[in-house]
Design a binder for this molecule. Structure first.
Ligand code: ATP
Length: 334
Protein backbone atom coordinates (compact mmCIF):
# COMPACT_ATOMS: atom_id res chain seq x y z
CA UNK A 1 0.00 0.00 0.00
CA UNK A 2 1.21 3.50 -0.81
CA UNK A 3 1.33 5.02 2.67
CA UNK A 4 2.38 8.44 1.34
CA UNK A 5 -0.65 8.62 -0.95
CA UNK A 6 -3.16 7.59 1.72
CA UNK A 7 -1.72 10.12 4.18
CA UNK A 8 -1.96 12.70 1.41
CA UNK A 9 -5.62 11.85 0.85
CA UNK A 10 -6.36 12.28 4.55
CA UNK A 11 -4.78 15.70 4.60
CA UNK A 12 -6.86 16.98 1.65
CA UNK A 13 -9.66 19.05 3.07
CA UNK A 14 -13.32 18.48 2.43
CA UNK A 15 -13.99 22.17 1.67
CA UNK A 16 -12.68 24.80 -0.68
CA UNK A 17 -11.23 28.20 0.18
CA UNK A 18 -12.99 31.50 0.30
CA UNK A 19 -14.21 33.66 -2.58
CA UNK A 20 -13.11 37.30 -2.78
CA UNK A 21 -15.45 39.61 -4.67
CA UNK A 22 -14.03 43.01 -5.58
CA UNK A 23 -16.47 45.67 -6.81
CA UNK A 24 -15.63 49.07 -8.30
CA UNK A 25 -12.39 49.44 -6.34
CA UNK A 26 -10.46 52.69 -6.78
CA UNK A 27 -7.21 53.63 -5.08
CA UNK A 28 -5.36 56.93 -5.16
CA UNK A 29 -2.59 58.36 -3.02
CA UNK A 30 -3.56 62.03 -2.80
CA UNK A 31 -4.01 63.16 -6.41
CA UNK A 32 -2.07 60.18 -7.73
CA UNK A 33 -4.62 57.69 -9.09
CA UNK A 34 -3.23 54.13 -8.98
CA UNK A 35 -6.20 52.22 -10.47
CA UNK A 36 -9.88 52.87 -10.94
CA UNK A 37 -13.07 50.83 -10.88
CA UNK A 38 -11.46 47.40 -10.51
CA UNK A 39 -14.07 44.63 -10.33
CA UNK A 40 -13.29 40.91 -10.26
CA UNK A 41 -14.04 37.72 -8.37
CA UNK A 42 -11.25 35.46 -7.17
CA UNK A 43 -13.07 32.11 -7.21
CA UNK A 44 -12.86 30.00 -4.07
CA UNK A 45 -10.05 27.46 -4.14
CA UNK A 46 -8.67 28.63 -7.50
CA UNK A 47 -5.27 30.06 -8.36
CA UNK A 48 -5.31 33.54 -9.89
CA UNK A 49 -2.39 35.61 -11.12
CA UNK A 50 -2.26 39.41 -11.32
CA UNK A 51 0.07 40.81 -13.96
CA UNK A 52 0.91 44.30 -15.06
CA UNK A 53 3.82 46.53 -16.04
CA UNK A 54 5.96 47.86 -13.16
CA UNK A 55 4.28 50.51 -11.10
CA UNK A 56 0.71 49.69 -12.14
CA UNK A 57 -0.23 49.01 -8.54
CA UNK A 58 -0.16 45.21 -8.20
CA UNK A 59 1.39 45.33 -4.71
CA UNK A 60 -1.03 48.11 -3.76
CA UNK A 61 -3.86 45.79 -4.89
CA UNK A 62 -2.56 42.96 -2.66
CA UNK A 63 -2.22 45.30 0.31
CA UNK A 64 -5.75 46.62 -0.28
CA UNK A 65 -7.16 43.08 -0.37
CA UNK A 66 -5.74 42.32 3.04
CA UNK A 67 -6.87 45.65 4.47
CA UNK A 68 -3.41 47.17 4.92
CA UNK A 69 -4.45 49.99 2.57
CA UNK A 70 -7.92 51.51 2.37
CA UNK A 71 -9.40 52.00 -1.11
CA UNK A 72 -10.99 55.37 -1.91
CA UNK A 73 -14.17 53.73 -3.15
CA UNK A 74 -15.47 50.22 -3.76
CA UNK A 75 -16.11 47.00 -1.87
CA UNK A 76 -14.17 43.83 -1.10
CA UNK A 77 -16.53 41.07 -0.03
CA UNK A 78 -15.12 38.15 1.93
CA UNK A 79 -17.55 35.79 3.63
CA UNK A 80 -20.28 38.45 3.82
CA UNK A 81 -18.01 41.19 5.20
CA UNK A 82 -17.00 44.21 3.13
CA UNK A 83 -13.46 44.58 4.35
CA UNK A 84 -13.08 47.89 2.51
CA UNK A 85 -15.63 49.44 4.82
CA UNK A 86 -15.80 47.32 7.98
CA UNK A 87 -14.77 47.98 11.57
CA UNK A 88 -11.18 47.30 12.69
CA UNK A 89 -12.41 44.41 14.85
CA UNK A 90 -14.07 42.66 11.88
CA UNK A 91 -10.99 43.30 9.74
CA UNK A 92 -8.83 41.71 12.44
CA UNK A 93 -11.01 38.58 12.31
CA UNK A 94 -11.05 38.40 8.49
CA UNK A 95 -7.27 38.84 8.37
CA UNK A 96 -6.94 35.49 10.13
CA UNK A 97 -8.13 33.88 6.88
CA UNK A 98 -5.06 35.21 5.06
CA UNK A 99 -1.54 33.95 4.67
CA UNK A 100 0.89 36.24 2.87
CA UNK A 101 4.19 35.39 1.23
CA UNK A 102 6.10 38.65 1.01
CA UNK A 103 8.68 39.24 -1.71
CA UNK A 104 11.79 38.57 0.36
CA UNK A 105 10.12 36.09 2.69
CA UNK A 106 10.11 38.87 5.37
CA UNK A 107 12.03 36.71 7.86
CA UNK A 108 13.36 38.01 11.16
CA UNK A 109 17.12 37.94 10.58
CA UNK A 110 18.05 37.07 14.16
CA UNK A 111 15.70 34.07 14.45
CA UNK A 112 16.35 30.66 12.95
CA UNK A 113 13.86 29.25 10.46
CA UNK A 114 12.08 27.22 13.13
CA UNK A 115 11.38 30.28 15.29
CA UNK A 116 10.44 32.35 12.25
CA UNK A 117 7.87 29.77 11.14
CA UNK A 118 6.62 29.29 14.72
CA UNK A 119 6.23 33.05 15.24
CA UNK A 120 2.55 33.46 14.15
CA UNK A 121 1.54 30.44 16.24
CA UNK A 122 3.25 31.78 19.36
CA UNK A 123 1.88 35.28 18.68
CA UNK A 124 -1.73 34.47 17.75
CA UNK A 125 -2.59 31.14 19.41
CA UNK A 126 -2.30 29.53 22.81
CA UNK A 127 -0.87 26.29 21.46
CA UNK A 128 1.60 24.37 23.58
CA UNK A 129 5.21 24.13 22.41
CA UNK A 130 4.71 20.49 21.44
CA UNK A 131 1.70 21.44 19.27
CA UNK A 132 3.71 24.30 17.78
CA UNK A 133 6.52 21.86 17.01
CA UNK A 134 4.17 19.49 15.22
CA UNK A 135 2.65 22.22 13.04
CA UNK A 136 6.01 23.86 12.24
CA UNK A 137 7.60 20.55 11.25
CA UNK A 138 4.55 19.65 9.18
CA UNK A 139 4.75 22.91 7.21
CA UNK A 140 8.55 22.68 6.91
CA UNK A 141 8.05 19.25 5.38
CA UNK A 142 5.40 20.57 3.02
CA UNK A 143 7.84 23.13 1.58
CA UNK A 144 10.83 20.76 1.59
CA UNK A 145 12.85 22.40 4.37
CA UNK A 146 13.27 19.57 6.86
CA UNK A 147 16.83 19.71 8.17
CA UNK A 148 17.14 23.49 7.72
CA UNK A 149 15.21 24.44 10.88
CA UNK A 150 18.24 25.80 12.72
CA UNK A 151 19.61 27.90 9.88
CA UNK A 152 19.39 31.68 10.03
CA UNK A 153 17.68 33.45 7.09
CA UNK A 154 21.04 35.00 6.13
CA UNK A 155 22.64 31.56 5.78
CA UNK A 156 20.27 30.19 3.12
CA UNK A 157 19.52 30.88 -0.54
CA UNK A 158 16.76 33.18 -1.75
CA UNK A 159 14.71 30.18 -2.88
CA UNK A 160 14.92 28.59 0.56
CA UNK A 161 13.96 31.90 2.18
CA UNK A 162 10.85 32.02 0.01
CA UNK A 163 9.93 28.47 0.98
CA UNK A 164 10.46 29.33 4.66
CA UNK A 165 8.23 32.39 4.15
CA UNK A 166 5.65 30.09 2.61
CA UNK A 167 5.84 27.67 5.56
CA UNK A 168 5.24 30.62 7.88
CA UNK A 169 2.30 31.82 5.75
CA UNK A 170 0.76 28.35 6.16
CA UNK A 171 0.94 27.79 9.92
CA UNK A 172 -2.42 29.35 10.73
CA UNK A 173 -4.14 27.25 8.01
CA UNK A 174 -5.15 30.19 5.78
CA UNK A 175 -8.13 30.08 3.43
CA UNK A 176 -6.55 32.71 1.17
CA UNK A 177 -2.86 32.95 0.30
CA UNK A 178 -1.39 36.04 -1.33
CA UNK A 179 1.98 35.68 -3.02
CA UNK A 180 3.86 38.94 -3.77
CA UNK A 181 6.25 38.11 -6.62
CA UNK A 182 7.21 34.66 -5.33
CA UNK A 183 9.57 34.20 -8.27
CA UNK A 184 11.48 37.51 -8.00
CA UNK A 185 15.21 36.93 -7.74
CA UNK A 186 14.96 33.19 -8.42
CA UNK A 187 16.66 31.39 -11.30
CA UNK A 188 14.44 29.53 -13.81
CA UNK A 189 14.99 26.14 -12.19
CA UNK A 190 14.12 27.36 -8.69
CA UNK A 191 11.12 29.19 -10.16
CA UNK A 192 9.97 25.92 -11.76
CA UNK A 193 10.27 24.12 -8.40
CA UNK A 194 8.40 26.89 -6.61
CA UNK A 195 5.63 26.87 -9.22
CA UNK A 196 5.22 23.11 -8.80
CA UNK A 197 5.13 23.63 -5.03
CA UNK A 198 2.36 26.24 -5.44
CA UNK A 199 0.29 23.81 -7.54
CA UNK A 200 0.87 20.92 -5.11
CA UNK A 201 -0.01 23.14 -2.19
CA UNK A 202 -3.25 24.28 -3.81
CA UNK A 203 -4.14 20.65 -4.46
CA UNK A 204 -3.53 19.83 -0.85
CA UNK A 205 -5.10 22.75 1.03
CA UNK A 206 -7.67 24.05 -1.51
CA UNK A 207 -7.18 27.65 -0.38
CA UNK A 208 -7.78 30.59 -2.72
CA UNK A 209 -4.45 31.79 -4.16
CA UNK A 210 -3.56 35.17 -5.66
CA UNK A 211 -0.09 35.54 -7.12
CA UNK A 212 1.44 38.83 -8.23
CA UNK A 213 4.20 38.13 -10.68
CA UNK A 214 6.27 39.49 -13.55
CA UNK A 215 7.18 36.04 -14.76
CA UNK A 216 5.31 35.33 -17.99
CA UNK A 217 6.06 31.62 -17.81
CA UNK A 218 4.52 31.46 -14.33
CA UNK A 219 1.48 33.39 -15.56
CA UNK A 220 1.06 31.10 -18.57
CA UNK A 221 1.41 27.77 -16.77
CA UNK A 222 0.34 28.07 -13.11
CA UNK A 223 -3.02 29.84 -12.67
CA UNK A 224 -6.65 29.04 -13.31
CA UNK A 225 -7.32 32.77 -13.89
CA UNK A 226 -5.24 35.72 -15.06
CA UNK A 227 -5.74 39.45 -14.53
CA UNK A 228 -3.86 42.32 -16.14
CA UNK A 229 -3.59 45.78 -14.62
CA UNK A 230 -2.65 48.40 -17.18
CA UNK A 231 -3.00 52.15 -17.53
CA UNK A 232 -4.78 52.61 -14.19
CA UNK A 233 -7.46 49.99 -14.77
CA UNK A 234 -8.03 46.25 -14.94
CA UNK A 235 -7.60 45.51 -18.64
CA UNK A 236 -8.94 41.97 -18.35
CA UNK A 237 -9.56 39.22 -15.80
CA UNK A 238 -10.74 35.71 -16.56
CA UNK A 239 -9.85 32.07 -17.12
CA UNK A 240 -6.26 31.41 -18.23
CA UNK A 241 -7.29 30.14 -21.67
CA UNK A 242 -9.41 33.23 -22.27
CA UNK A 243 -6.44 35.56 -21.82
CA UNK A 244 -3.92 33.30 -23.56
CA UNK A 245 -6.14 33.14 -26.65
CA UNK A 246 -7.04 36.84 -26.55
CA UNK A 247 -6.11 39.05 -29.50
CA UNK A 248 -6.76 42.18 -27.42
CA UNK A 249 -3.52 44.13 -28.11
CA UNK A 250 -2.54 44.95 -24.50
CA UNK A 251 -3.27 41.41 -23.28
CA UNK A 252 -1.61 39.69 -26.26
CA UNK A 253 1.49 41.91 -26.03
CA UNK A 254 1.98 41.46 -22.29
CA UNK A 255 1.25 37.74 -22.08
CA UNK A 256 3.55 37.01 -24.98
CA UNK A 257 6.30 39.40 -23.86
CA UNK A 258 6.39 41.26 -27.17
CA UNK A 259 7.72 44.67 -28.05
CA UNK A 260 5.09 45.41 -30.70
CA UNK A 261 1.87 46.69 -29.15
CA UNK A 262 0.49 49.51 -27.07
CA UNK A 263 2.71 49.01 -23.99
CA UNK A 264 6.02 50.88 -24.15
CA UNK A 265 9.06 51.45 -21.97
CA UNK A 266 7.21 53.92 -19.75
CA UNK A 267 4.01 51.88 -19.67
CA UNK A 268 2.28 53.71 -22.54
CA UNK A 269 4.06 54.34 -25.77
CA UNK A 270 4.07 57.90 -27.03
CA UNK A 271 1.95 58.81 -30.01
CA UNK A 272 4.88 58.92 -32.50
CA UNK A 273 6.01 55.44 -31.59
CA UNK A 274 2.49 54.06 -31.91
CA UNK A 275 1.99 55.86 -35.22
CA UNK A 276 5.19 54.29 -36.58
CA UNK A 277 3.74 50.91 -35.71
CA UNK A 278 0.54 51.49 -37.67
CA UNK A 279 0.26 48.72 -40.19
CA UNK A 280 2.69 46.46 -38.32
CA UNK A 281 0.75 43.36 -37.45
CA UNK A 282 0.94 41.83 -34.00
CA UNK A 283 2.82 38.51 -34.21
CA UNK A 284 0.66 35.35 -34.20
CA UNK A 285 -0.24 34.05 -30.75
CA UNK A 286 2.02 31.22 -29.57
CA UNK A 287 0.49 27.87 -28.52
CA UNK A 288 -1.22 27.81 -25.12
CA UNK A 289 0.91 25.60 -22.86
CA UNK A 290 -0.59 22.97 -20.60
CA UNK A 291 -1.21 24.02 -17.02
CA UNK A 292 1.17 22.52 -14.46
CA UNK A 293 -0.50 19.56 -12.74
CA UNK A 294 0.02 18.26 -9.20
CA UNK A 295 3.07 16.03 -8.95
CA UNK A 296 1.07 13.14 -7.47
CA UNK A 297 -1.04 13.01 -10.65
CA UNK A 298 -4.34 13.65 -8.87
CA UNK A 299 -6.17 16.65 -10.31
CA UNK A 300 -6.77 19.75 -8.22
CA UNK A 301 -10.39 20.52 -7.43
CA UNK A 302 -10.28 23.66 -9.59
CA UNK A 303 -8.37 22.01 -12.43
CA UNK A 304 -10.02 21.86 -15.85
CA UNK A 305 -9.19 19.68 -18.85
CA UNK A 306 -6.80 21.39 -21.30
CA UNK A 307 -8.85 23.25 -23.92
CA UNK A 308 -12.09 23.11 -21.89
CA UNK A 309 -12.64 26.85 -21.81
CA UNK A 310 -11.81 27.24 -25.53
CA UNK A 311 -14.22 24.43 -26.48
CA UNK A 312 -17.04 25.80 -24.30
CA UNK A 313 -16.63 29.26 -25.75
CA UNK A 314 -16.09 28.29 -29.38
CA UNK A 315 -12.56 29.71 -29.40
CA UNK A 316 -10.01 28.06 -31.66
CA UNK A 317 -6.74 28.05 -29.68
CA UNK A 318 -3.46 28.85 -31.46
CA UNK A 319 -2.05 25.80 -33.34
CA UNK A 320 0.01 23.44 -31.17
CA UNK A 321 -1.83 24.42 -27.96
CA UNK A 322 -2.06 21.98 -25.07
CA UNK A 323 0.48 19.53 -26.49
CA UNK A 324 2.24 17.80 -23.66
CA UNK A 325 5.71 19.07 -22.84
CA UNK A 326 7.13 15.72 -23.95
CA UNK A 327 5.40 15.82 -27.34
CA UNK A 328 6.55 19.41 -27.85
CA UNK A 329 10.16 18.43 -27.07
CA UNK A 330 9.96 15.46 -29.42
CA UNK A 331 8.56 17.70 -32.19
CA UNK A 332 11.30 20.22 -31.58
CA UNK A 333 13.95 17.53 -31.81
CA UNK A 334 12.51 16.04 -35.02
N1 ATP B 1 2.06 54.00 0.68
C1 ATP B 1 2.16 54.63 -0.51
N2 ATP B 1 2.06 55.98 -0.58
C2 ATP B 1 2.14 56.64 -1.76
N3 ATP B 1 2.34 56.00 -2.96
C3 ATP B 1 2.46 54.68 -2.94
C4 ATP B 1 2.38 53.91 -1.72
N4 ATP B 1 2.54 52.59 -2.02
C5 ATP B 1 2.69 52.53 -3.37
N5 ATP B 1 2.64 53.77 -3.92
C6 ATP B 1 2.76 54.08 -5.36
O1 ATP B 1 1.81 53.29 -6.06
C7 ATP B 1 2.33 52.95 -7.33
C8 ATP B 1 2.17 51.46 -7.57
O2 ATP B 1 3.08 50.77 -6.74
P1 ATP B 1 3.14 49.17 -6.64
O3 ATP B 1 4.33 48.83 -5.81
O4 ATP B 1 1.83 48.64 -6.23
O5 ATP B 1 3.40 48.77 -8.16
P2 ATP B 1 3.67 47.33 -8.76
O6 ATP B 1 2.75 47.17 -9.92
O7 ATP B 1 3.59 46.31 -7.68
O8 ATP B 1 5.15 47.54 -9.26
P3 ATP B 1 6.35 46.47 -9.44
O9 ATP B 1 5.86 45.51 -10.46
O10 ATP B 1 7.47 47.33 -9.95
O11 ATP B 1 6.60 45.86 -8.09
C9 ATP B 1 3.76 53.43 -7.39
O12 ATP B 1 3.79 54.62 -8.12
C10 ATP B 1 4.10 53.68 -5.93
O13 ATP B 1 5.02 54.73 -5.81
Amino acid sequence: MDVGASRHRETRRAFVGVEIKVEGLTKAFGKDLIWKDVSLTLPAGEISVMLGPSGTGKSVFLKTLIGLLKPNTGNIWIEGTDIANCKEKELYEIRKLFGVLFQDGAMFGSMDLYDNVAFPLREHTKKSESEVRQIVMDKMELVGLIGAENKLPGEISGGMRKRAGLARALVLDPEIILFDEPDSGLDPVRTAYLNQLIIDLNAQIDATFLIVTHDINTARTVPDNIGLLYHKHLAMFGPREMLLSSEEPVVAQFLNAQRVGPIGMSEEKDADELASEQGIEMPALPPIPRQIEPSDGRPRRAQREPGDWCRENGVVPPPGSFESALAATADGAA
